[in-house]
Design a protein around this ligand. Sequence first.
Ligand SMILES: NC(=O)c1ccc[n+]([C@@H]2O[C@H](COP(=O)([O-])OP(=O)(O)OC[C@H]3O[C@@H](n4cnc5c(N)ncnc54)[C@H](OP(=O)(O)O)[C@@H]3O)[C@@H](O)[C@H]2O)c1
Length: 309
Amino acid sequence: MKAVRFHEYGTPDVLRFEDVDQPVPGAGEVRIRVAATSFNPVDGNIRAGYMQGPIPVALPHTLGSDVAGTIDALGDGVTGLQVGDQVIAALPLTSVGAAAEYALAPAGLLAKAPAGIALADAAGLPLVGLTAWQALFDHAKLTTGQRVLINGAGGAVGGYAVQLAKNAGAYVIAVAGPGSSRQAEEAGADEIHGHGIPELTETVDVVLNLAPVTPEQLAGLVELIRDGGVLVNTTVWMPAPSDERRGVQGINLFVRPDAGQLARLVDLLDSGALRLGPTRRIPLADLATVHAEAATAPITGKVVVLPAA
Ligand SMILES: NC(=O)c1ccc[n+]([C@@H]2O[C@H](COP(=O)([O-])OP(=O)(O)OC[C@H]3O[C@@H](n4cnc5c(N)ncnc54)[C@H](OP(=O)(O)O)[C@@H]3O)[C@@H](O)[C@H]2O)c1
């Protein structure tokens, strides 16, 4: 089968579209015929070798933690799933990924695929949807009536974070650039501000930082949080600052696969309470071009990567 792998860390040209053996599911695993994986910004950092500490991978490595596809084989001991089931998952970032025609996944990480959208496009949901969910509910413990500021609201995680926070009954303040403020508006943000530290009339309970700002800007966002509030930061190359004097807690988020949370996101999509973000499709053979694009400027929307021509 075909896969995109890198044998050494480096620039996007280390990615090779090559033949590899079809994987065989072990106990507790399924094999998925991949409809698509997706590109996440962290993929570029893994390929470049910047994440060898927090996300160690074995070389050659196949990228692609998101997967959407059809179960094609079951390993020993897998129950409750059948060949032919359409599923999605976020795979652990350290595992062999899904930038390939077939991928293995632990059965316990799978959720049924959303019903109302193309299976390939559903590959854009797991990692960013789970990041938004875990930031808001596991870490910030957002509740109805709270005020949340989302910095980077026009991005892939941000689009889901705005919708989920609105669904939870929060007042949502979005920070987004001119190219993505429309997405924040369509997602339901109550206020939209351009890049920088916005001038607010009231403090917020929660700040989510999803943007590649400087440590100084991140510290500036902490000033907007009420005493006892929370900053959740996904750009973990810089630590989330706290303000102990005021009881403001800074939290570094490391997303984790969670089939139950993913199933809830799928239910929200199926019910129309959540909308899929803007999605672009590319063939697997062109994955290196997306890495090259992302190395020069941020990618807009989700890019899903299809092994089938
Ligand atoms: N730690 C983890 O487990 C984890 C998990 C998932 C994602 N992440 C990280 O979280 C970040 C967001 O992920 P993503 O997939 O949503 O990426 P993305 O789609 O590239 O979104 C980032 C957004 O930040 C905005 N932005 C850029 N500069 C900004 C600034 N100075 N102020 C405010 N916004 C700015 C960009 O939009 P505009 O310029 O149009 O505003 C962009 O849409 C990435 O850095 C990703 O690597 C971490």
